[in-house]
Ligand binder design. Structure first.
Ligand SMILES: NC(=O)c1ccc[n+]([C@@H]2O[C@H](COP(=O)([O-])OP(=O)(O)OC[C@H]3O[C@@H](n4cnc5c(N)ncnc54)[C@H](O)[C@@H]3O)[C@@H](O)[C@H]2O)c1
Length: 294
């Protein structure tokens, strides 16, 4: 059975992007939020993103109208009852996610596939909160969803092989490049990326080089589009700190341990670009200046 009716839970940064790409791929999409103002906010960002595509000439105005027509917002979880797949993109908290899956399990028919966009929570731990661990996968999109090509598709030891392949095919239908992986915290990208980012903080903390020289080294020496400290400011220091802690808890390896400087910066609320300062000061966002951090 091809996946045609898509439920999305959460219409924040990721959920709105996921809803948009599913509607662009021709699926009927219902997005559920906890309050109507969040539905409106998410739909505004979809509208802006589609508007940019129309301006660039990559999308016709009539196609945009059809995409809009396939998107429906709701605050009622029951409206997801006829979904072929439900993709969850709510806040990164195990208890909130578990509570949601228990409710969804009651509402959706046994055939509905459940997929979580979590960055760090165990897929298995959420799957076993439902009566359908065989129809439960991870579907990890990247930010911004309409732009980034990669999707990590994650199976657990309980995921049915045919369900897994169905979701891989669905990700490809969304225009994404799916990669297959298993339920280990961080999956592929964060497993590789997080120790690198943490090492960049350690290099700064050990006084090996300045913030700008560390960033320039990786840009000019390795061809990265941005340096690790700039990337940390983009991702959010609080987000990286909490992912690192979850990864350290899983693997007990020192390379995942958040360095003391990162912890101090999170305690101070210097969480990066969104907070106005992190490794750089964004008072003038066009010319970020390195912060004094010792
Ligand atoms: N931000 C990223 O770069 C990124 C990348 C990949 C994966 N993720 C993961 O995606 C998920 C969402 O992240 P985000 O950045 O979109 O967060 P966000 O804060 O932008 O959005 C979360 C939304 O979920 C809503 N919500 C909370 N509980 C809900 C519920 N029970 N039902 C419906 N809506 C509910 C909130 O109102 C909010 O609008 C998290 O699990 C995160 O780890 C984030």
């Amino acid at each position: 059975m091809p996946i045609e009716r898509v439920g999305v839970v959460g219409c924040g940064l990721m959920g709105s992007g996921i809803a948009q790409v599913a509607a662009q791929a021709g699926c009927q999409v219902t997005v559920r939020e906890i309050a109507s103002q969040f539905v409106e906010k998410g739909f505004e960002s979809i509208e802006k993103s589609l508007g940019r595509l129309v301006e660039k000439g990559t999308l016709g105005a009539s196609d945009r109208d059809q995409i809009r027509g396939r998107l429906r917002g709701t605050t009622k979880l029951e409206d997801l009852e006829d979904s072929d797949i439900v993709i969850e993109a709510i806040l990164e908290q195990l208890n909130a996610k578990k509570e949601l899956y228990v409710a969804l399990d009651r509402i959706c028919p046994p055939a509905t596939i459940f997929a979580s966009n979590t960055s760090s929570i165990s897929i298995t731990e959420m799957a076993v909160a439902t009566g359908r661990p065989d129809r439960f996968v991870g579907l990890h999109f990247f930010n911004p969803v309409p732009v980034m090509k990669l999707v990590e598709v994650i199976r657990t030891i309980a995921t049915d092989a045919a369900v897994f392949e169905e979701v891989v095919a669905f990700a490809a239908r969304l225009g994404k490049a799916p990669v297959r992986t298993t339920d280990r915290t961080g999956f592929i990208v964060n497993r590789l990326l997080v120790p690198y980012l943490l090492d960049a903080v350690r290099v700064l903390e050990d006084g090996l080089a300045s913030t700008e020289d560390i960033d320039n080294s990786m840009k000019l020496g390795c061809g990265h589009p941005m340096g690790p400290l700039t990337l940390l400011d983009f991702v959010g220091l609080d987000t990286t700190y909490s992912i690192a802690r979850i990864m350290f808890d899983e693997f007990k390896e020192s390379r995942f341990a958040p360095p003391p400087l990162l912890k101090r910066m999170v305690l101070a609320g210097w969480n990066g670009r969104k907070a106005g300062r992190g490794f750089y000061d964004y008072a003038d966002a066009t010319k970020p200046k390195p912060m004094r951090l010792s």
